[in-house]
Design a protein around this ligand. Structure first.
Ligand SMILES: [Zn+2]
Length: 253
């Protein structure tokens, strides 16, 4: 009798083992953090059709797999990762196949910083910067300014877009406000002439473009690109010529 019980027990254990072994693993619906946050916090993404949303999400994830994001005395949250990647992809979204080759790390700072990349000293208040020299291929962004750029309000600024536009500008070797890869040669002169005439208007306070654009041609390009991607309808109304030029540069029909 004990023998039979033992045999039965072994048989039952064997059957149970096989039953659980053969069951397919439970399929968890893949909770996609990036998708959720893009839907919630990135207006540019919200306005895309389904096919473009899929493409945008893939490029965001690809960017995040290649570029390291490091918090300096601040925590990098999922929202920060997604906003940095969105700021990278928005200006190149219509430039199919374009990938950043000049960045491998973004440092996220807890606040504004000085031009020495120094957290402690006062000095200039910088929201973002593309590194050079020893900091080649590194970008620094201030966390509160990164986030403020994506708030849906009536401002025209987006720090992440600004810095990534500098990288696009820099891809041809010089950060000079003329993105050679995107602007056919014959359009470079009219573009520079336009920049200089608009700078005069900003100087005379006859323009709503952020006066930081007066710094030089590269800053002009970065500042108007922020405006273009954040408030396209307003730019089209107020600066139709500039709007058309930026559509050409960023390959938007
Ligand atoms: Zn700048």
């Amino acid at each position: 009798m004990p023998f039979l019980l033992t045999i039965s027990a072994i048989l039952i254990i064997f059957l149970l083992y096989n039953y659980f072994k053969k069951r397919p693993p439970l399929v968890q619906p893949q909770e996609n953090v990036e998708q959720t946050l893009l839907n919630k916090d990135v207006l540019f993404y919200q306005k895309l059709n389904e096919a473009d949303k899929k493409d945008f999400l893939e490029r965001v994830q690809r960017f995040l797999s290649k570029v390291k994001i490091t918090g300096i005395k601040t925590e990098v949250e999922d929202l920060d990762r997604v906003l940095i990647a969105a700021g990278a992809i928005i200006p190149i979204f219509h430039l199919k196949g374009w990938e950043y080759k000049n960045i491998h790390e973004v440092l996220l700072y807890p606040n504004l910083f000085s031009n020495e990349f120094d957290l402690e000293s006062g000095g200039r208040n910088i929201m973002g910067e593309v590194g050079s020299g020893a900091l080649q291929n590194i970008m620094i962004l201030s966390k509160p300014d990164l986030r403020a750029g994506f708030l849906q309000n009536d401002t025209m600024g987006n720090t992440a877009i600004h810095e990534f536009v500098h990288l696009i500008d820099k891809a041809d070797g010089t950060t000079d406000g003329v993105p050679d890869y995107l602007l056919q040669h014959q359009y470079a002169m009219p573009w520079l002439q336009y920049i200089h005439s608009e700078m005069k208007k900003i100087q005379a306070q006859q323009s709503d473009i952020n006066p930081y654009a007066l710094t030089n041609e590269a800053e002009f390009f970065a500042v108007v690109s922020e405006y273009f991607f954040k408030q396209p309808a307003l730019m089209k109304e107020k600066h139709p010529e500039l709007f058309a030029m930026l559509e050409k540069i960023f390959n938007i029909n």
